[in-house]
Write a protein that binds this ligand. Structure first.
Ligand SMILES: *Cc1c(COP(=O)(O)O)cnc(C)c1O
Length: 408
């Protein structure tokens, strides 16, 4: 282990509090190093990372293959802008398109940008291909959604923290109850260009829709000539035991939105992936990004695609997830009200009479497990897929101990 920095945890916390905008409420842990599923703080204390940066670290911290790809690219060329081609972009685009079984990729940086890009593509497709009247395009979303933080995206959020005081809001969106295919069917009309959904709602607390829902969405959208856009930014790329959660449901959307793990935990890389009949509507000058598809991002993204091509991570997430689920189910009635999961991704509802999710997350951190609460009483567990089964067991032991400590 390298020498620790002189400053204390308190120093760093005070500095961030004074000079950083207060748009987050992080746990009071100052990370200085990490490898695999483990992080080390400035005092040398180690924690098992059971959040994995909201699935951006599916392959763990410092994955040697990804770090090597980044290091090699740092010495060659890191940025060209899209005014020119670069020799990493083509291989990345082809690799990702083939992995997804689609024809085309639009490379961006953050997840929110992928969502914004898909909204633009869907609207342009609606006007140019479907024949929707000017300015009338409508996109259907689901209650409880989380698709990012830009002004347009928060316009169709129903989370008051995300939305209030940030209007005026972008029109053109209609929200229906998540998991309710009949409500979705009723909302589709001639102006509907797309349905935008998370196959599992992550920020909402790992909300898994009823089996068959996504297949029904696919049938309804196909019949009505409406695009189905699957936001797999958090659910995709191995987390749920498949390359895409849609795959687990036997569904192929028109557009996949990818981000988070696509950048290997090293650089922000996002993408819209679809067929030429949809993504092909974009013409030069209509959309872009200075950093989108840069050589460093493309080199890392290509290495991520390489890791996923083997299927090893997907299988590992499924196997580890089954063990995790069995352990968590045993806690129901003992401080846990409900467990929802898919692959190595679990939402654990803590009995609100016992403690808030935040309190449980703080007690877990004291015991060396990093997890994050969401929506008051839910703890989300999403460790890097490289975690060992014994480590995962140990993490659940800590949760069990915390619940016992709280009197469960
Ligand atoms: C995180 C997330 C986003 C936004 O990604 P950013 O990189 O934070 O902009 C969008 N959709 C889903 C489902 C996400 O989980």
């Amino acid at each position: 282990m390298t020498a620790h920095l002189a400053a204390s945890t308190e120093h760093y916390l005070a500095q961030a509090e004074e000079f950083g905008a207060h748009n987050y409420h992080p746990l009071p842990i100052v990370v200085s190093e990490a490898f695999g599923a483990w992080v080390t703080d400035v005092d040398g204390k180690r924690y098992l990372d059971c959040l994995a940066a909201y699935s951006a670290l599916n392959f763990g911290h410092g994955h040697p293959v990804l770090v090597d790809a980044a290091k090699a690219q740092l010495d060659r060329v890191t940025l060209t802008s899209r005014a020119f081609h670069n020799d990493r972009l083509g291989p990345f685009l082809e690799g990702l398109a083939r992995l997804a079984g689609k024809e085309m990729v639009l490379a961006m940086n953050t997840g929110a940008e992928a969502v914004e890009s898909a909204i633009k593509v869907a609207r342009a497709w609606g006007y140019r291909v479907k024949g929707v009247g000017p300015g009338r395009a409508k996109i259907i979303v689901a209650d409880g959604n989380f698709h990012g933080r830009t002004t347009t995206i928060i316009s169709f959020s129903d989370d008051p923290d995300a939305r209030a005081d940030f209007g005026p809001y972008t029109p053109g969106f209609v929200s229906v109850p998540y998991g309710d295919a009949a409500a979705l069917a009723a909302a589709i009309d001639d102006d509907t260009v797309a349905v935008l959904l998370e196959p599992i709602q992550g920020e909402a607390g790992i909300v898994v829709p009823p089996r068959g829902y996504l297949a029904e969405v696919r049938r309804l959208t196909r019949d009505a000539n409406v695009l189905f856009i699957a936001d797999e930014i958090q659910s995709g790329l191995g987390r749920t035991g498949a390359t895409f959660q849609c795959e687990n449901e036997g569904v192929i959307p028109d557009l996949y939105l990818l981000g988070k793990a696509l950048g290997g935990g090293i650089v922000p890389v996002s993408a819209v992936v679809g067929d030429a009949s949809v993504l092909g509507v974009l013409r030069p000058g209509e959309h872009g990004s200075t950093f989108g598809g840069n050589p460093l991002a493309a080199a890392v993204g290509l290495a991520v695609v390489g890791l996923l091509e083997t299927g090893d991570y997907q299988r590992r997430a499924a196997a580890l997830g089954a063990g995790l689920r069995a352990r968590l189910d045993a806690l129901v009635g003992r401080g846990v009200v409900e467990v929802r999961s898919a692959g190595l991704w679990a939402g654990v509802d803590i009995d609100p009479a016992l403690a808030t999710g935040r309190q449980v997350a703080e007690l877990l951190a004291e015991r060396g497990v990093l997890a994050k609460d969401t929506h008051g009483s839910t703890i989300r567990l999403a460790p890097p897929i490289v975690v060992e089964a014994e480590e995962l067991d140990w993490a659940v032991d800590q949760l069990e101990a915390v619940l016992a400590e709280l009197g469960a």
